[in-house]
Design a protein around this ligand. Structure first.
Ligand code: GLN
Length: 539
């Protein structure tokens, strides 16, 4: 029977609950336990698909095409578990389901209320998303005390009562601030946060205290006393240089042993060799390379989370220290190319809408003409096609119909009907809803031999995740090919262009899919590694 670990947060947001959940999952997985992970988000949007990455961070795409919270990316990078549509629930989704049921008359006669109808819906979704693994880790977004997260907290409290102590454990993450002038850490916010959690009926079993400075055993004891948690269960998550050190840090303080004891788990010993090796490799990087990412969503580290991580994984796995420099696409529109100087490689990532697109196209022209290794992802590939059409094929003002509906040369356009991987026909047109109508999730892509993409993956067919509405317009295929564009990847039936490359360029590749979502620190990702190596070995 599945045992549950619920992770809540207190004091402030952004304490790294997702990293703790993912790290704990990874440690327990190393003990031969099967793991599933769920994120509950208190906002009203049905999913984050329509939210700006600048505000909410990256939208992570699961293999089955759900647009989800970026924490799911952490789970997949740390744990060998593929998240899915059943791994992320929002308040909006829960209410949507309850309201649909109410309209069907399924609650006929009763008044539909937060308790029990909304909470029951939350509980049944958690149970479904557990996939009957040994352990299901459930992270609750937001901070304890927020109005929005109350139904979720109430639901996990009820699950504790229903299942009993052997099957459910609660971890609470707090901040222990360091007051510089007094040269002291402060435990009071943690005490208050636990008090808040207890007022809703949950006594945490374990506290994970985030801090800038190491928390002494004496302070751990003090926290334990005031919060009614065992002293050994007060774990210190002190700031580290690299998030992939967190499994080692948490294990060194016995976090997994406490869980194993509490939930009465029979499992083998912990083995974190892979993380130790990763740390060693990361501490021994020799050459330094620089990559410029032409971005448009502010708060870069969050908006481009998976991309950042994928580039770093490739760096570590290729023995190079990658310096990532974000260049604002809009600034590039106004300025000369000095912002691109010293770029070892250039990445144009995914994005939506016309803001900054001319800056991206300018950077691609620079990479093409100056022979700088280039990787274009989704919108980045589309922009590379536009640049090639305009500047090599002389199709003046060629564009995507996303940015110019009446362009004379719509080299990127809306494909209204297509066959998806599963064999079903999908439709969309300009009147379709914006939310949930994209080509989403894992799709098969066939690779041409003797291309950069084939040499990277070393296989004829790959499954990669998609999230886009527009496609390469096949009416222009022949013309662009005649001028030197290589189409090296196509959808499984050959109808959609998936990968483009250039003749006579050291390494220039645009892909319609998002390889960053499947890169893991331990294994890296073939495409990012090939890109980073092309920069490393550039003469
Ligand atoms: N805006 C483009 C489209 O919808 C690209 C999307 C993306 O980069 N993810 O097709």
């Amino acid at each position: 029977m599945t045992k549950y670990i619920f992770i809540t947060g207190g004091v402030v947001s952004s304490l790294g609950k997702g990293i703790v959940a993912a790290s704990l999952g990874s440690i327990l997985e190393s003990r031969n336990l099967s793991i599933s992970v769920i994120k509950l988000d208190p906002y009203i949007n049905v999913d984050p698909g329509t939210m700006s990455p600048s505000q909410h961070g990256e939208v992570f795409v699961t293999y089955d095409g759900a647009e989800t919270d970026l924490d799911l990316g952490h789970y997949e990078r740390f744990i060998n578990y593929k998240t899915s549509k059943s791994s992320n629930y929002t308040t909006g989704q829960i209410y949507d389901k309850v309201l649909k049921r109410e309209r069907k008359g399924e609650y006929l006669g009763s008044t539909v209320q937060v308790i029990p109808h909304i909470t029951d819906e939350i509980i049944s979704n958690i149970k479904r998303g557990s996939f009957e693994k040994d352990i299901c880790i459930v992270e609750i977004g937001g901070t304890v005390g927020d109005i929005e997260s109350l139904p979720f907290i109430e639901a996990i409290r009820q699950m504790g009562v229903e299942y009993g102590k052997d099957l459910v454990s609660y971890i609470h993450l707090t901040l222990v601030p360091f007051i510089r002038v007094a040269n002291e850490i402060k435990t009071k916010p943690t005490q208050h946060s636990v008090k808040e959690l207890r007022s809703i009926g949950i006594q945490p079993d374990i506290l994970v205290c985030r801090s800038e400075k190491i928390i002494s055993n004496q302070d751990k004891k003090k926290i334990a006393l005031f919060t009614n948690v065992e002293a050994k269960a007060v774990i210190n998550s002190v700031d580290v240089d690299d998030i992939y050190e967190v499994p080692l840090l948490l294990h060194s303080q016995g976090l997994d042993n406490i869980i194993v004891e509490k939930l009465n788990l029979s499992c083998k010993k912990t083995s974190l060799e892979a993380w130790k090796k990763y740390k060693d490799k990361r501490n021994n990087l020799k050459k330094k390379i620089s990559i410029k990412i032409i971005a448009k969503y502010g708060n870069y580290s969050e908006s481009y989370k998976s991309l950042n991580e994928a580039v770093r994984h490739a760096g570590v796995n290729s023995g190079v220290n990658v310096e990532i420099d974000y260049v604002d696409a809009e600034k590039l529109e106004e300025k000369d190319n000095s912002l691109l100087e010293n770029a070892g490689g250039i990445i144009v990532p995914g994005g939506f809408g016309g803001r900054g697109i001319e800056g991206k196209i300018k950077a691609i022209k620079y990479a093409r003409e100056k022979n700088i290794p280039f990787l274009g992802i989704c919108l980045g590939m589309q922009a590379a096609v536009i640049e090639f059409a305009r500047n090599v094929c002389n199709l003046d003002n060629a564009n995507s119909t996303e940015f110019d509906k009446n362009t004379e040369y719509p080299v990127i356009g809306l494909i209204e009907e297509w066959l998806d991987n599963t064999g079903s026909i999908e439709y969309r047109d300009i009147n379709s809803n914006i939310g949930g109508t994209m080509r989403l999730g894992e799709q098969e892509c066939m690779l041409e031999k003797d291309s950069n993409v084939f040499n990277a993956y070393k296989t004829k067919s790959v499954l990669e995740r998609h999230r886009h509405r527009y496609e390469f317009n096949n009416e222009f295929r022949e013309l662009l090919k005649k001028n030197g564009l290589i189409i090296s990847g196509k959808s499984f039936d050959g109808t959609l262009v998936e990968v483009i490359e250039l003749e006579n360029h050291p390494w220039f590749l645009g892909c319609q899919f998002h390889p960053e979502f499947t890169s893991k620190p331990i294994n890296g990702h073939p495409l990012f590694e090939a890109f980073v190596k092309s920069i490393r070995d550039y003469k």
